[in-house]
Design a protein around this ligand. Sequence first.
Ligand SMILES: Cc1cc2nc3c(=O)[nH]c(=O)nc-3n(C[C@H](O)[C@H](O)[C@H](O)COP(=O)(O)OP(=O)(O)OC[C@H]3O[C@@H](n4cnc5c(N)ncnc54)[C@H](O)[C@@H]3O)c2cc1C
Length: 806
Amino acid sequence: MKSHARVVIVGGGIMGVGLLYHLTLEGWTDVVLVEKGELTSGSTWHAAGQCPHFNGSLNTTKVHVYGTQLYPKLAELTGHEVSWHPCGGLRLATTDEELRWLKHVYGISKLAGYEAHIIGPSEIPRYHPYLDTFDIKAAFLTVTDGHVAPADITNAMAAGARKLGAEIYRRTRVTDIRRLPSGEWEVVSNAGNIRCEHVVNSAGSYCDVVGSWTGHNVPIANMLHQYVITEPLQELIDLQPELPVVRDPYSNAYLREEGNGVLVGPYETATAHVCWDGKPPAWDFESELVAPEVDRLMPWLEKATRRLPLFGKAGVKSVISGAITHTPDGNYLSGPAPGPRNYWMHCGAAIGVAQGAGAGKYLAQWMVHGQAEINMREYDPRRFGNWADVEYTTATAIEDYHHMYYCYAPGEQHEVGRGLRKSTLYAELAQHGAQFAQVFGWERPRWYSPDNAKERFSWSRSNWWEPVKEEALAVRERVGLMDLSTFTKLEVTGPDAFAFLQRICANKLPTKDGGIVLTHLLTPAGFVESEMTITRLAADRFYILSAAVAQLHDMDQLTWRRSPGEQLSIMDVTDDYGVLVLAGPKARQVLAAVSAADLSNAAFRWLTGKEAAVAGVSGVRLLRVNYVGELGWELHIPMARMPVVYDALMVAGRPHRIHPFGTYAMNSLRMEKAYRGWGSELTNEVTLIEAAMDRFVDLSKEFIGKPGTVHSLKAGPRILLGYLEIDARNEDCVGNEPVYHGNTLVGVTTGGAYGFAVQKSLAFAYLDPRLVREGTEFDILVRGEKRRARIIPQPAWDPTNERLRA
Ligand SMILES: Cc1cc2nc3c(=O)[nH]c(=O)nc-3n(C[C@H](O)[C@H](O)[C@H](O)COP(=O)(O)OP(=O)(O)OC[C@H]3O[C@@H](n4cnc5c(N)ncnc54)[C@H](O)[C@@H]3O)c2cc1C
């Protein structure tokens, strides 16, 4: 065994081997994989091997497309046989909302470049003569779906990696991982120790145990999943070509052909549970099945028989039951673990056979080049904090399993695992009808339901529409108040704090105390990594705000960018402060009624901050900035005292008919102002030049990512953010809708909303730069309907910023 390697991957399932292969393809050949048993002996060997394309996320679709393109070629590329079955797939829709979902995914198929068609029930027999089409509204036909023996592709990628220099140690169990003072990692195994620059946790069902050795919380649960295979049927022996894989929301199952019999794998919607009573599997558990629970399947198998009567004609030959890792949101974990550098997670996959190749490719890019070509935020392990404990993870993973074939409408979330992080206003806002969304564990109000009716989740505008209109117009015409305590809040202090931030931020930092700036951290190549609002509290003290979900990510970004010897400290003060956003033309009057601070424009200018007492609460940080584009202040209040300030503002605002507002209204208001959002318009896929954020770059100084930014400026953007007005009807853009110019696909939307004050449906889209000019007309494919759209050259609301400077 080697004593040193650049990378050590723990775990030889499809995820670990997929990464190993792609690291070698990206040029890192001093790479090692350690597997306690044989390759695939965890979950991978018994997977049903389906590789679908149908997915609602553009990034995940790219992951899947890569796999279905690679797997048929793997034999040729690696010399190892692979049994790829290019049978196609049919995803059924049985309700109108599911049909809308299909239409949304159809748009994604155009963007990701795979062939798909939405067909009516009468066309289904052409592709699948044995399906009973009762209750089916439509089907999503994917031509290039397939299934494959998981061991074939894993072993083929292992062979390919070995040819390029990788080493694989089988029958070697990793027993510990330690961080050395040098910053390297030491992987301890029963066959010796290996020091490495990078360590990767690909330990499948054991990944939480392996993570715990280094104090990492890995939120996965091992769910028990089963499928059955029948004896061969004459009908299928006689049939050519193979039937497509059917995914049916009625039986909540996949149904396909296997060895001339029928294979059915249901995702039960009420009775699923974790394996091994939630305990980790024994270390010697290898290539084994978990004890089958056929009773649990029976109601679903009966439904499957109704959908595919052929299934009921043959006896069951085998039942395969095994563990699948599920994360709380169903996406795998791939990317850096929080904390010390170069510990990577690559685990938690629930459909790892379909995803193993693509997931490996994009993580390999990230590790080797510092970033992937797709946006990896959906997979970044740091989207979960320590709040994602075992109880939460188990509840949400079970829900995720139950809902494998449930169609989530935009904004819809799991109902379990809620209430983990709350501001001190939670109970009061709930009483006012707040409808909460969970974000990084927090409960954050989306909108206020006047009659406390719950949100009717839909692809169309629904019961939130009128209340959100009220909220948005209150901010534009009078004054609104919002609890935005979910902000990530960090403080950088010390003699080198200013120089440090100057070096890592693209924008100029404030040189006067109280100055506020919006700025970005860029990757070395100049792509957007983080977005932050920085307030200079003192020459050596800076208060940093960023997105709720960026809490661990941004802490890492600041910590990792420190140079040795820099004298500063970085503190997370997120939970110390609650945040209220007071915004609207009457904001000054309302705040003045509860604070003696001089709020006049001369004394308190836009983009400045001060500490003051508000409603008798001292030490409130007042920042004259907001994301809605109105006169207003953010009030950063010691968390325990927030209710006092909130109540006082609500009383002071009564004469002005103050209205609480939530994130739906905020999204509408920010779209009217053409404010970009981190994670939607601002991602690691674009430079600030491409995001049309040139004015947030200070080229007169040196900063990380400057050469890439200069290059983007000189070479010209590859894509450019456009701001569009759409002739929408009852559905606004949600992002990832394809944009056409004539019949040519020229871009993709990143988000949108209806602007109530300007009475326009608005969206952002990345477009062919040549087309981003006033008046250019496009068609956006919104849930299957082409909608006319045109570029508008400036923010739809207050383009000269007079209101927020008032
Ligand atoms: C019944 C069933 C059907 C499925 N069908 C499909 C399907 O049709 N399509 C699809 O895409 N997915 C399917 N899946 C899911 C798929 O099997 C998993 O998502 C995938 O196998 C996960 O791969 P992995 O590499 O993360 O985990 P694993 O395959 O479990 O690999 C992890 C490896 O790490 C090793 N390991 C752990 N700890 C250590 C240690 N300390 N030292 C050394 N080695 C260690 C283990 O021995 C194991 O080999 C199915 C799963 C089941 C159970």
